[in-house]
Design a protein around this ligand. Structure first.
Ligand SMILES: C[S@@+](CC[C@H](N)C(=O)[O-])C[C@H]1O[C@@H](n2cnc3c(N)ncnc32)[C@H](O)[C@@H]1O
Length: 368
């Protein structure tokens, strides 16, 4: 049976109190990333730290661990995120949970339609890797496949991450602008698509092409299908492990990875990239971005590592230490370009250029 369609997008209108709470959390987060971060750095220098250059993570931690400014910074990193997801009254997960019977049924009805048309292919027997099921990435309770509405929870928490009014999909437009212009991109793969934002942004910019979104998470894929249909977009959504794709060799002209690499144990990279290279065509491009260390900036790199531990992103530190130029080449890419990706810069601007950035992102363009 075809589900009844209304013009209202799937989801619910958050209460005024919910919005006020998350506006407060965003301000508190900006305070952590701005003044509190700067205070941590100033205290570090005052205590003999060398401004962020040279030294080791152990040296930096030896200094900042005893500083109240860093202790508060670390507390805020862990707990503001926990409040966002889990606060008993206004956390994203309890807010969704309060409406779960309606939302679950509605999501199922709307997305079963995609199973019927063949746009959405789920695999109830898919073996989810241990690294995926054992980690509550970025403190999302149960992770993005933990319950039928986990995709909606992830989507809401992502919307809250960006500046109010900002179009979070600008991020994907920026990534696509790095694609070599001298080729034809007819088939696109979003490698770990989640709720499908990369696919939708691709289709807006490249109508008439074919887009596929692959993910391990059924709740995310069901939502991805629904969000695409709300915009009258057609795409293929497949529940698969990107390390073991069902597509024949050379299927895609471009594969996108966004917010992905730090979610894998580094030991999986060779097999993952080999599989990405396999499904890309002769002139195919693997493009995406990831957080990265800055050479010689022990202060920044240490704080980035700490974010991994504090925010339940346990694979981050090993990801930062990986040599992606070599990994992509060994997987079968002949040209790999790595550049800074400042479009992912913080919401806050530091008061002096001498303060190391809190985070640095790189963009990777790997051509076959
Ligand atoms: C941080 S989210 C990023 C989602 C998306 N790329 C975006 O830009 O919003 C990571 C996604 O990767 C998916 N994922 C993790 N490991 C995967 C794997 N081995 N195969 C397929 N998807 C995977 C997760 O289910 C999750 O939806």
């Amino acid at each position: 049976m075809t589900a009844e369609r209304t013009n209202a997008p799937f989801g619910f209108e958050p209460s005024r109190e919910f919005r006020a709470f998350h506006t407060f959390l965003a301000a508190a987060r900006n305070h952590r990333m701005g003044p509190l971060y700067e205070q941590t750095h100033a205290d570090y220098r005052r205590a003999g730290g060398n401004g962020g250059n040279g030294g080791s993570a152990k040296d930096v931690l030896g200094v900042i661990d005893n500083q109240p400014s860093y202790q508060l910074y670390a507390w805020a990193m862990r707990h503001l995120q926990q409040f966002k997801y889990d606060h008993a009254d206004f956390g994203v997960v309890p807010a969704i949970g309060a409406r779960k019977s309606y939302l679950r049924q509605r999501l199922r009805d709307l997305s079963d339609e995609g199973i019927g048309t063949g746009e959405l292919t789920l695999d109830p027997d898919l073996d989810l890797p241990d690294y995926f099921t054992m980690t509550d990435f970025h403190q999302h309770p149960g992770g993005v496949a933990g319950n039928p509405l986990a995709g909606l929870a992830y989507e809401m928490s992502r919307a809250i991450r960006f500046k109010p009014g900002a179009d979070s999909n600008d991020l994907y437009r920026n990534i696509f602008s790095y694609l070599p212009a001298d080729r034809d991109y007819r088939r696109m793969l979003d490698w770990g698509t989640s709720f499908g934002a990369g696919v939708r942004t691709w289709l807006e910019a490249h109508p008439g092409t074919e887009a596929h979104g692959v993910d391990l998470s059924e709740p995310c894929l069901r939502l991805a299908y629904v969000r695409a249909r709300e915009r009258n977009m057609t795409a293929q959504w497949r529940q698969q492990d990107v390390e073991h794709l069902s597509y024949p060799d050379g299927t895609f002209d471009v594969a996108l990875f966004a917010f992905m690499l730090h979610e894998f144990p580094a030991a999986r990279f060779p097999a993952l990239f080999k599989e990405a290279a396999r499904v890309l065509s002769e002139r195919g491009v693997f493009v995406g971005f990831e957080l990265a260390y800055v050479a010689g900036s022990a202060f920044q790199n240490t704080l980035q590592d700490q974010e991994g531990w504090l925010n339940d992103e346990p694979f981050m530190p090993a990801c930062f230490k990986s040599d992606f130029q070599t990994l992509f080449r060994e997987a079968g890419f002949s040209k790999v370009t790595i550049r800074r990706f400042d479009q992912m810069a913080d919401n806050v601007t530091h008061s002096s250029p001498d303060i190391p950035k809190r985070q640095t992102w790189n963009i990777y363009v790997a051509e076959k």
